[in-house]
Write a protein that binds this ligand. Structure first.
Ligand SMILES: N=C(N)NCC[C@H]1O[C@@H](n2cnc3c(N)ncnc32)[C@H](O)[C@@H]1O
Length: 422
């Protein structure tokens, strides 16, 4: 129901750009295409705004909108670089034990780093190592305990660094490990390093964009011919079923206690399926096709500017009929050996490996689609870094489903943008 204000619209009309296509599911919702410039007249809720396109007014979902460049410029002036990284909140969260306990309790992750040190212990002798974002210093302690590097610089920006120094002393590693408190981009190391090791991966590989700090440290502190651990990273995608999640968040409204609550389903779609779902556990049987690496990052050549927009393509062949609810992503990183020809160590966060604290990330479509063995799903994925909130990004998926049934030439296409988180 439109209020008077929504009908007239208030004076402060703001222009927004549509991030992707939207097909309204009721008469009072606007339909628009990616790139359309919408005039927002009223913001009655955080999820739905009252907007105008080509003279027609209606509700639009806020998650599909981005402030236009001019407005973004203006906001830019009021957002200092510091705020854009949300460092106070970010490093504040790493100053407490919660996240460090989660990471240390992740055996798959932590043992993978230990395996890297153990399998390269001979080559690490007399080497200089930088552990970027060392947290409690676990990787630095592995280096000092399981190998004989000459120096390990354990760099940590949060207040945890004070405790890390105590842990280094407590474990008799202070001869080798030096803890430096500060942002890796800002601190001074006594010398260049032979190895830059870091556990920087976020949800969907890049969230938090700590990888930028790793690249800046590489360019400034890694010796010519030095080694990056991880050496490479890949983001993997697979079209999947998500029956229990769909039942829990959408089907639920069909007949709760014998009543018909389906008018709430557009809100449920907006509230539960607009953003990616972190910590999703996909069962191998939920995969409708073989997974595909859609992005591959070489940590020696990747540049900070490359992080603004990263694009990948995919082509999936449906192996078994099922319901295409969405896409699931995970990542894998590789640690090359310090010895030429030595064994590479892999940390895989996918459904066929030991579980990790990242689990997987689920991207739900607005509406599920039945697919059949022999169909194919092809398209692109675009990770676009947020130009204001530097730890955030938007993931846009475009896909087309090509039916294997010869008589129907139906090719269903779809696109959806998922803010993570702004
Ligand atoms: N997703 C992750 N692996 N997060 C690990 C982040 C750890 O690295 C620390 N960290 C992140 N960025 C930086 C940086 N630029 N400089 C120093 N420490 C950092 C952070 O305080 C935490 O202890």
């Amino acid at each position: 129901m439109q209020t008077e204000k929504e009908k007239e619209g208030d004076a402060s009309v703001e222009e927004y750009v549509a991030l992707s296509n939207f097909t309204g599911s009721s008469s009072d919702q606007l339909c628009f295409s990616s790139g359309d410039r919408l005039l927002v007249h009223a913001k009655p809720s955080s999820e739905w705004w009252w907007a105008e396109l080509h003279g027609v007014r209606g509700y639009v979902p806020t998650s599909y909108l981005r402030q236009d460049a001019a407005a973004e410029e203006e906001e830019d002036e009021h957002t200092s670089l510091e705020d854009q990284w949300q460092d106070e909140e970010y490093f504040g969260s790493y100053g407490t034990l919660r996240l460090h306990l989660e990471m240390l309790s992740d055996k798959s992750r932590t043992e993978a780093y230990r395996k890297v040190i153990v399998s390269n212990s001979a080559s690490l002798r007399s080497k200089v190592v930088m552990d970027l974002g060392c947290g409690t210093g676990i990787i630095s302690l592995f280096c000092a305990q399981l190998a004989q590097p000459s120096e390990v610089y354990a760099v940590e920006a949060s207040s945890m660094a004070e405790y890390t120094r105590q842990l280094v002393k407590q474990n008799g590693c202070e001869q080798v490990v030096t803890v430096l408190q500060g942002r890796a981009e800002e601190i001074e190391l006594p010398k260049q390093v032979d190895v830059l090791v870091s556990e920087w991966m976020g949800n969907c590989l890049l969230f938090e964009f700590m990888v930028e700090s790793v690249l800046l440290a590489r360019d400034r502190w890694l010796k010519e011919g030095g080694v990056m651990w991880p050496s490479s990273a890949a983001l993997t995608l697979v079209p999947c079923q998500a029956n229990s999640y769909y039942a829990e968040k959408m089907a639920f409204w069909e007949q709760p206690y014998g009543l018909d609550f389906t008018p709430l389903q557009p809100l449920a779609q907006q509230e539960f399926f607009t953003k990616p779902k972190f910590s999703h556990v996909i069962e191998p049987d939920d995969c409708l096709t073989a997974p595909c690496d859609v992005l591959c990052l070489d940590m020696y050549t990747l540049q900070v500017k490359d992080l603004e927009e990263i694009k990948g393509q995919f082509h999936f062949c449906v192996e078994k009929s099922g319901i295409f609810h969405g896409f699931t992503s995970w990542f894998t990183v590789h640690f090359e050996s310090l010895e030429t020809g030595g064994a590479t160590v892999e940390l895989n966060t996918g459904p066929n490996s030991q579980p990790t604290h990242w689990k997987q990330t689920l991207f739900m479509l607005d509406r599920p689609v039945s697919v059949y063995a022999g169909d194919s799903i092809s398209g692109t994925i675009l990770l676009r870094r947020n130009s204001i909130w530097r730890r955030h990004m938007t993931i846009t998926l475009h896909w087309s489903i090509n039916s294997s049934k010869k008589e129907t030439d139906n090719c269903q296409v779809g696109t959806k943008s998922f803010p993570m988180w702004r």
